[in-house]
Design a protein around this ligand. Sequence first.
Ligand code: FAD
Length: 413
Amino acid sequence: MTKRSHKALIIGAGIAGPVTAILLKRAGFETAIYEAFPYSNGIGGGLQIAPNGMRVLAEIGLADDIKRGGSICESIDFHSQSGTALGSVNRDMERRFGQPSVSMRRAMLNEAIVDKAWSSCVEVHFEKRLARIEDRPDQPIVAHFTDGTSAEGDFLIGADGLHSVVRRHVLPDGPTPCDTGLLGFGGFVPRSLLEAAGAGPSLSMTFGQTGFFGYGFCGPDANNGAMCWSTQPAHGIDAAAFRAMDQAALRQHLKRFHTGWHDPIPQLIDALDEIIVTATLDVATLPTWSRGRTLLIGDAAHATSPHAGQGASIALEDAYRLVRALEDEVEVGTAFQNFERERRPRAERLVALARRNGNQKREFSRTGAWIRDHMIKLMLPLNPRGQDWIYGYDVRDVSARPQTSVRRDRLAA
Ligand SMILES: Cc1cc2nc3c(=O)[nH]c(=O)nc-3n(C[C@H](O)[C@H](O)[C@H](O)COP(=O)(O)OP(=O)(O)OC[C@H]3O[C@@H](n4cnc5c(N)ncnc54)[C@H](O)[C@@H]3O)c2cc1C
């Protein structure tokens, strides 16, 4: 495969898939996205895109829409279970990094990205669940879907998330996602509840003895413009068992779990509209991200647990850097290897960081929790620029790019 004008098949219309398609289209590739689920504008809970991810959204002209549809987060404030302030991080992000951190509903982000793909003339096919990939020499690569249909292209990008089917093609005997033993319970609440509690434009994160609780604004909507979530050790009960409970039972569970935690946590649990339960899995490392004309990106390549708030942002970075790699190198397999060589160290470092952060949300003894809280209080001010490597990463920065064997000039020749 040595021609740039050929067609990319992209599996998954989550975050990485449509953004890759938009950028590929802009670079002159034909693109088509295949998504397992029907089109829906009501999916998922809340999330935050950090400045490094917002830069990619700015590149595709979506940053302002996302800031309007979400809520700019001006700091992350840490508290103990009783409400004692432990410190703040991530202040002044927009001035320091050119873009702010923005909290939002996943549904708002997804709708904006998919609309942008449509308006960029990307083909987006819903209800097309990939079943298997056929890759024969001198033939187009073929994606076979569970409904019996298929699609042909010149290369295939697996942006199909944590439980990637494309990963099974790239690594038939490769590792499966690792369950980190933590569960997430989240949902939306009215903005007025946080406003009444005097909350500012920040995310509040409370480290308790038995788990964790976070909350903050996530959009302008009065009814569901605030989000909150609880993180707890699974204690042998998996996410499926909790999902089988009705909402009243889930609410009771959360109320019991967070009894005695500081205000407004009990009030937020009472006000949660629908409680979404998630397992917390990650993919720390894979032997390779590509096989022939097929490449994994985003969670399919390096799923991270949510405790660094970076999975979506690095999926966005992947989209941008992959298209640059394909522009720089005419041979697709080599471009994929260049992409992986550049991206792997950063992605794996973030997956590991998220895993370590998650360890602070497990169950502690009373003394252990006291020591942790005091460590947070002492350590936070010591290294105010300690996270700059995450947020300061600029996908457009040419110095971040590796030496590639074939450059743009060969394409032009
Ligand atoms: C509770 C929770 C909170 C999080 N919070 C944050 C946060 O605050 N900030 C952050 O940056 N990240 C966060 N993350 C991580 C973030 O959601 C992911 O890293 C990000 O969504 C990865 O994007 P992606 O495009 O690679 O995969 P996804 O967004 O998962 O998209 C994959 C898409 O592929 C589709 N698909 C799957 N299988 C197939 C198939 N066989 N055929 C066709 N389509 C298929 C799926 O339906 C989906 O639409 C959070 C994750 C969780 C679970």
